[in-house]
Write a protein of this length. Structure first.
Length: 156
């Protein structure tokens, strides 16, 4: 855990003042009040790698999306208001209209054939990065949500 007097330069760069200057460390800086449990850290780090591999090409590493082609995840009213749907979208993909922050997106998001644990890790990452601070998204919760995805999608 970082000392109390650290300065988070970016989500991946930590600056720690010392007697003779500063030490730079690479690694995730945690947000104030974020979960610091080993399980959260494991999910977050794994989720970041999975996000980069499966999601960042469209949603971008900074979560800002790509114009009107792919919606943002950072500062997203859809993410804030539709947590269970987002978990289902990760597994099943999405085709057709999706409104995020008042803008329509009509692209196709392919389904990800990954485990419930990997979906929990991606969810932990995206819900604790950029403008979000949800805490750990446990695999047990994700599994329960994934079992109900069909009934969730019929509501919309």
């Amino acid at each position: 855990m970082a000392p109390a007097n650290f300065l988070c330069i970016s989500p991946k760069l930590l600056l720690v003042p010392t007697l003779f200057g500063f030490l730079f460390f690479t690694g995730a800086c945690t947000k104030p009040g974020s979960d610091s449990s080993p399980k959260f850290k494991q999910y977050y780090v794994q989720g970041e790698q999975l996000y980069i591999r499966h999601c960042s090409n469209c949603h971008q590493e900074n979560g800002k999306g790509l114009g009107l082609l792919y919606p943002p995840l950072d500062t997203s009213d859809y993410m804030q208001n539709n947590f269970e749907d987002v978990v289902c979208l990760i597994r099943n993909g999405k085709e057709g209209n999706l409104v995020v922050n008042g803008k329509s997106f009509n692209g196709k998001m392919p389904p990800l054939r990954i485990s419930d644990l990997e979906i929990a890790e991606i969810s932990t990452y995206i819900y604790n990065t950029w403008s979000h601070q949800r805490g750990l998204v446990d695999v047990k919760l994700v599994s329960e949500i994934l079992e109900s995805c069909d009934s969730l999608s019929s509501k919309h």
